[in-house]
Design a protein around this ligand. Structure first.
Ligand SMILES: [Zn+2]
Ligand SMILES: [Zn+2]
Length: 212
């Protein structure tokens, strides 16, 4: 019944190794990842790219999730859709089955029942989350993606240039507007704008001078 090739203790250690220390949200991430393996019948952590995880928050939860699933940003198998929710959807790219998993509301309180030695809330959650059964800790639902998983992943190796700024765009992230290839910033959807303040950064000359 165990779809993970690695024990929970090993996964928690792996998660903590990339983090400051082990914390309750990492445990939730590991548990969610392990459950995804069971529900989708996949052996995790994966060494291929079959499973894609879409996390609805960044932070501790994601480190646990990555350790348990083998999904990483660097492998293009982990995406963040930041809704500020401790929740994630796991997509099997072969069957296109997708399941969304998040903690039960009652998990925080319930943790005390599974952590007799806990001295505080944080410890109760850290220990309790490792022992609460799946159905009491987590909630899960089959979901359908509103954008196909192929589009979400994009085609690796594809390369075009923006016709306004000239910068290269990979993985099919371009926008085509009236036949013109644009990057998302030039199409009007950007998280930044160029600063006109000349004094907000050290100049190269300045840095070399200081270093000498
Ligand atoms: Zn943490
Ligand atoms: Zn552009």
């Amino acid at each position: 019944m165990n779809a993970s090739s690695t024990s929970m203790d090993e996964l928690l250690a792996l998660s903590a190794a990339h983090h400051h220390k082990l914390c309750p949200r990492q445990v939730l991430g590991v548990r969610a990842g392990l459950l995804a393996g069971l529900l989708l019948d996949l052996t995790l952590p994966q060494s291929d790219k079959r499973l894609i995880a879409i996390s609805e928050t960044d932070g501790c939860f994601v480190d646990g999730l990555a350790a348990a699933t083998g999904c990483y940003v660097g492998r293009r198998t982990l995406r963040i859709e930041d809704y500020g929710k401790t929740a994630a959807t796991f997509v099997d790219t072969v069957t296109e089955h997708a399941v969304r998993i998040h903690p039960q509301k009652s998990a925080r309180e319930l943790a005390w029942n599974y952590a007799a030695s806990a001295r505080n809330k944080w410890e109760a959650q850290l220990i309790g989350y490792q022992h609460i059964p799946d159905d009491l800790l987590l909630q899960w639902q089959r979901v359908e993606l509103t954008t196909s998983i192929k589009q979400i992943v994009g085609q690796a190796g594809k390369r075009v240039s923006c016709e306004i700024c000239g910068e290269e765009i990979i993985n099919q992230r371009e926008v085509i507007r009236e036949g013109t290839v644009l990057c998302q910033p030039c199409a009007g959807g950007s998280y930044f704008r160029f600063s006109s303040d000349p004094n907000h950064m050290r100049t190269l000359e300045n840095i070399c001078h200081t270093a000498a």
